[in-house]
Design a protein around this ligand. Structure first.
Ligand SMILES: NC(=O)C1=CN([C@@H]2O[C@H](COP(=O)(O)OP(=O)(O)OC[C@H]3O[C@@H](n4cnc5c(N)ncnc54)[C@H](OP(=O)(O)O)[C@@H]3O)[C@@H](O)[C@H]2O)C=CC1
Ligand SMILES: N[C@@H](CC=O)C(=O)O
Ligand code: NA
Length: 430
């Protein structure tokens, strides 16, 4: 019977330092819960001249990743380096060496997760990745265990803390986009390359992970429609508010008889929707299951200690499995064939903001385009444009297919310039 479980920690940055703090400061709690000592035996750092966490033994640090991966005395490898190539190799090598792996790396799990989970199954090892999506929120475990009995038909999530922080500051404090991004970066929310956050790729990777789990299907990153923060134009946030909506960067996944659709984009979200009140770096995932109905998980999606709680929760799960000798018992093979919906089968309401010449006949030309594509209009509004002789027109459609939406935008080109356009989710309050 083991009386100590040894950890190799790859990376001591925002998340890694949080993991070290929790493991060191909660030693007694962990010993009580597990009946064994959980010890950090090796820590990978980039160089030895940086100041180190004083709570760690100075002898644990190394700059040689293979010293850790080849150390047969280590039971669990915790990958919190970030990035792709080196992190993926480390996870692979650790699994092949029969070690349990915990990672926070949504980049690797989105791109290579299906194969790595199969390798974990073959090696009878645990590969846990709770922290990879929605930081401190136990969404992976909820989908794998809590809702395992249900059939999930849709997910909608605010799963990127950086962009949610930016949109909150822009709306509530009238802060500039640039200042809000700089603040999110300083607070440790943003990726090493923040373009992954603001261009939507970070959220897209998380939606791949969530959708694959929720629909038991091998969803790929290329299946995700991604639109980033650059789509948002001056005045859009205020316009959303005027119509009873809040702009949010939302990841959404739906599955029905026509297949799966996954998207990450800025949308108009009805103020009455629970996700509309999720602010700052907080995340939330709103799930609809056939049996459970609507349920939502909410919490910090980024930050050192919140994310580290998910990493340590996975470490505890791996420790428990080690002590019971049941590691690698989760079956990860996808149950369903991957069928991705065509644009013509994806339905939503849309917001179109157009700039037109302020002259007679323009409106009838535009409405003719909508009717040509069978796109039913809920409302049309005109606003003064900045430039003399021009006007802004806003069209809100009823539920139309994405194909109709794209066809209308394409035909508008001759009569109007499209300032911005967004999907609308939820019913705005009257
Ligand atoms: N920050 C957050 O809130 C969240 C982060 N994550 C994920 O957690 C992981 C870690 O993120 P985070 O802690 O924020 O990132 P950081 O950049 O803060 O930390 C990564 C650490 O790993 C070190 N490192 C990277 N590669 C190597 C290497 N080859 N050899 C030695 N050291 C290396 C870095 O050193 P150096 O600084 O010298 O480059 C750095 O100290 C990422 O996958 C991220 O996506 C997930 C959820 C939330
Ligand atoms: N950069 C990410 C960190 C957590 O995954 C985010 O902003 O959510
Ligand atoms: Na999580």
């Amino acid at each position: 019977m083991k009386n100590e479980i040894s950890i190799g920690l790859l990376g001591l940055g925002t998340v890694g330092s949080g993991v070290a703090k929790i493991l060191q400061q909660h030693q007694q709690d962990l010993h009580h819960k597990l009946g064994v000592q959980v010890s950090i035996k090796k820590v990978l750092v980039r160089n030895n001249n940086k100041e180190r966490l004083s709570i760690l033994d100075p002898n644990v640090f190394t700059t040689d990743i293979d010293e850790i991966l080849n150390d047969s005395s280590l039971d669990i490898i915790v990958e919190v380096m970030g990035g792709m190539g080196e992190a993926k190799r480390a996870i692979e090598e650790a699994l092949k060496a029969g070690k349990q792996v915990v990672t926070a790396n949504k980049d690797v799990m989105a791109e290579y997760g299906h194969d790595l989970l199969k390798l974990a199954d073959e090696q009878k090892c645990d590969l846990f990745y709770e922290a990879s999506v929605a930081g401190g929120i136990p969404i992976i475990r909820t989908l794998e265990d809590g809702l395992a009995s249900d059939r999930i038909s849709s997910l909608m999530g605010i799963v990127n803390g950086t962009t949610n922080f930016i949109l909150t500051k822009m709306k509530k404090e009238n802060m500039s986009y640039e200042k809000a991004l700089a603040e999110a970066t300083k607070l440790g929310y943003a990726e090493a390359d923040p373009s992954a956050d603001v261009d939507g790729l970070d959220a897209a990777r998380k939606m791949v992970i969530l959708s694959s789990l929720a629909f038991s299907t091998e969803v790929h990153i290329d299946d995700v429609l991604v639109r980033g923060m650059s789509e948002i134009q001056d005045g859009d946030l205020e316009m959303a508010n005027n119509f009873g909506y809040t702009m949010k960067m939302v990841g959404s996944s739906k599955k029905d008889e026509d297949g799966i659709e996954v998207a990450v984009e800025p949308i108009f979200l009805a103020n009455s929707h629970p996700l509309a009140s999720v602010n700052n770096e907080f995340n939330a995932v709103y799930i609809y299951g056939d049996a459970v109905g609507e349920t939502m998980l909410y919490g910090p999606g980024a930050g050192s200690l919140p994310t580290a709680t998910s990493v340590v929760s996975d470490i505890i799960a791996a420790c428990r499995n080690l002590l019971l000798e049941v590691n690698g018992k989760r079956v990860h093979s996808a149950q369903h064939e991957r069928v991705i919906k065509p644009e013509s089968s994806r339905f939503a309401k849309y917001f179109h903001r157009l700039l037109v010449k302020d002259e007679v006949g323009v409106l009838s030309k535009l409405t003719a385009i909508y009717s040509k594509h069978g796109a039913s209009l809920q409302s049309v509004m005109q606003h003064p444009a900045a430039q003399e002789g021009q006007a802004e027109l806003v069209f809100l459609t009823h539920q139309i297919s994405r194909q109709q939406h794209l066809d209308v935008l394409n035909d508008l080109a001759g009569t109007a310039s499209v300032i911005s356009h967004y999907r609308i989710e939820g019913e705005e309050t009257a």
